[in-house]
Design a protein around this ligand. Structure first.
Ligand code: DGL
Length: 270
């Protein structure tokens, strides 16, 4: 089916999922919306997160998407169930895939979880992990400084190292952690710095790969694969500054994104 896959995030973090979708599903067209203007979602109330997420979804529905990927853990934690209930297209979140990947990776059942305040407060990862494996020992930690830092383009260097080291200090007391879930799609952009701080004995889990795999499965089951032979045309939208978004996107993808347009989702009628 020749319709695009819709992907949403509060900002640039969801592009880590887009990157993996492009790699695993090179024939699929993607339409991405990052709500950069209102990022971060992490400190916001459940009501605000739900409202903003629905506004993004309503915008993407005007693009006639065949499947929605909620590439934001915070939005997944608060809206996945109702999106799945209310939309007539398949909806995939990033928390279940991340939890599955962590269970596969851990050898000793001691899993750290880092995410936004909203994601950690929701307990969604702990619940997802315990549903799959009841004896997993988890240590959740909110990292409110990471998303604003990534959105500013600080992905490495002295400031990034200092911020990550200070924020992750409490994990030092969680002995023998062998797996750490990067429970926010912005965090893989800080992966090298995080790995340096926690050490090579800890496996970092980003849900992007597993989410792209699940997307592929759902497309197959529902016979939604793109059967067109023409090259893919992806569209990227941001509610914020196009230049800033473009330059960060170039850094993430190592290439330019030509179809970037600015859109104000506040104007979308809900
Ligand atoms: N990428 C979003 C997530 O995965 C970022 C959250 C935010 O905007 O605070 O949770």
């Amino acid at each position: 089916m020749n319709k695009p896959i819709g992907v949403i995030d509060s900002g640039v973090g969801g592009l880590t999922v887009v990157h993996e979708l492009m790699r695993q599903l090179p024939k699929e067209k993607l339409v991405y919306l990052g709500d950069t203007l209102r990022c971060p979602y992490g400190p916001r109330s459940a009501e605000e997160i739900k409202q903003f997420t629905w506004e993004m979804v309503d915008f993407l529905l005007t693009k006639d998407i065949k499947l929605l990927v909620v590439a934001c853990n915070t939005a997944t934690a608060y809206t996945l169930n109702e999106l799945q209930e209310q939309l007539s297209i398949p909806v995939i979140g990033v928390i279940q895939p991340g939890a599955r990947a962590a269970i596969t990776a851990t050898q000793n059942n001691r899993v750290g979880i880092i995410g936004t305040e909203g994601t950690i407060r929701s307990n969604a990862y702990s619940e997802a992990l315990h549903t799959i494996k009841s004896d997993i020992v988890v240590n959740p930690l909110a990292c409110p400084a990471f998303v604003p830092m990534v959105e500013q383009g600080t992905l490495s260097g002295e400031i990034a190292t200092k911020t990550v080291a200070e924020t992750l200090l409490p994990l030092k007391y969680f002995s023998d952690m062998d797996t750490l879930i990067l429970g926010c799609t912005h965090y893989p952009l800080l992966k090298d710095v995080i790995q340096d701080i926690v050490g090579p004995q800890v496996t970092l889990i980003s849900s992007s790969e597993e989410t792209a795999r699940e997307t592929s499965t759902i497309l197959e089951v529902n016979q939604l694969f793109n059967d067109e032979l023409e090259p893919c045309y992806h569209q990227f939208y941001t509610t914020g500054d196009v230049e800033k978004f473009t330059s960060l996107t170039k850094r993430i993808f190592n290439s330019s994104i030509e179809n970037l347009k600015s859109v104000s989702i506040e104007k979308v009628v809900i």
